[in-house]
Design a protein around this ligand. Structure first.
Ligand code: GLN
Length: 293
């Protein structure tokens, strides 16, 4: 009988496999997936290096690492990803929350008045409104998604972070469920918002095919594809946002790094006259803000 490998030898072995395959994050990926399979935190993994890993555990580690080798991301394999300091559960209908989107949350927290109401269109995991509500204790949100499955993840995330009582989830396309929600509320009684946010699908259909396997093969297309020129969702949002905003309200939308001018033009053409582009920490255009005067 061969002796069981130590926990340290186990993750290092997989690190070497990933590294030979050219994974830039081989070491981190191997540690995270080994820790997840064994139910150990990063600290425990480090302090229990020399303990033997039992055979069943080693097999589970192998299964997770094999998924990583097909290009699936560590976050998808683990089933959650951190965003704005909170962990968000994922499923097959949601994008992974990205650090790029934290700028949108920063700006939203600055734009939302105390006790304000916000609307998030295409909520996915719910990461945007949940991060906002978690940091603004008396704010309320309505979050819309076309995918009922995505909304299941979002509801669970809202519960997990203690904001479920302040957020309402509606299934449907963009603004449509606001006017036809199951409770029969029309535009009047649904009320107006101080802020509309969205990180819509904004990648042009042709470019989606060329993305890294992690994205192309595992992220839901619906959450990525912004139509032939990547601007379709912005046109819908810009055309209808004013109907749902209080005077002085804001729209904040995440954009692709090369869409600043085009998305600004969409909002200017729709009648917003105070439109600004915000750059992220890398100096790239990332958010367009439009003010409803
Ligand atoms: N709003 C979600 C996020 O930022 C989903 C975005 C999307 O699916 N395009 O992650």
């Amino acid at each position: 009988m061969t002796e069981a490998p130590s926990i340290g030898a186990l993750w290092r072995g997989w690190r070497d496999v990933l590294s030979r395959l050219g994974f830039a994050s081989a070491s981190l990926d191997a540690k995270l997936l080994t820790g997840h399979a064994l139910g150990l935190s990063a600290l425990e993994l480090a302090t229990r290096e020399n303990e033997p890993a039992d055979g069943a555990a080693a097999e589970l580690v192998a299964k997770l690492l094999q998924r990583r080798m097909t290009g699936e991301s560590v976050a998808r394999i683990i089933g959650e990803r951190e965003f704005y300091g909170l962990a968000f559960g994922l499923n097959g209908a949601t994008l992974e929350p990205r650090p790029d989107t934290e700028l949108l949350v920063d700006l939203a927290l600055g734009a939302l008045p105390a006790g304000g109401r916000l609307l998030d269109l295409g909520t996915g995991t719910g990461c945007i409104p949940i991060a906002i509500l978690a940091n603004q204790p008396d704010a309320h949100a309505v979050a819309v998604d076309l995918s009922g499955l995505a909304l299941e993840a979002a509801r669970a995330n809202a519960e997990r972070h203690g904001v479920a009582g302040r957020i309402e989830f509606l299934e449907g396309s963009w603004f449509e469920p606001l006017a036809t929600s199951p409770s029969g509320r029309g535009e009047e009684s649904m009320g107006l918002f101080d802020l509309i946010v969205s990180n819509p699908p904004y990648i042009t259909s042709a470019v989606v095919e060329t993305l890294a396997p992690e994205v192309k093969d595992f992220d839901p297309r619906l959450a990525l594809d912004g139509g032939p020129d990547g601007l379709a969702p912005y046109r819908i949002i810009a055309a209808q946002a004013a109907n749902w905003l209080k005077p002085g309200g804001w729209v904040l939308v995440e954009i692709g790094f090369d869409q600043g001018a085009a998305v600004s033009a969409v909002f200017l053409e729709a009648g917003f006259d105070d439109v600004a582009i915000h750059t992220d920490l890398n100096g790239l255009d990332r958010v367009v803000a439009a003010h409803h005067i």
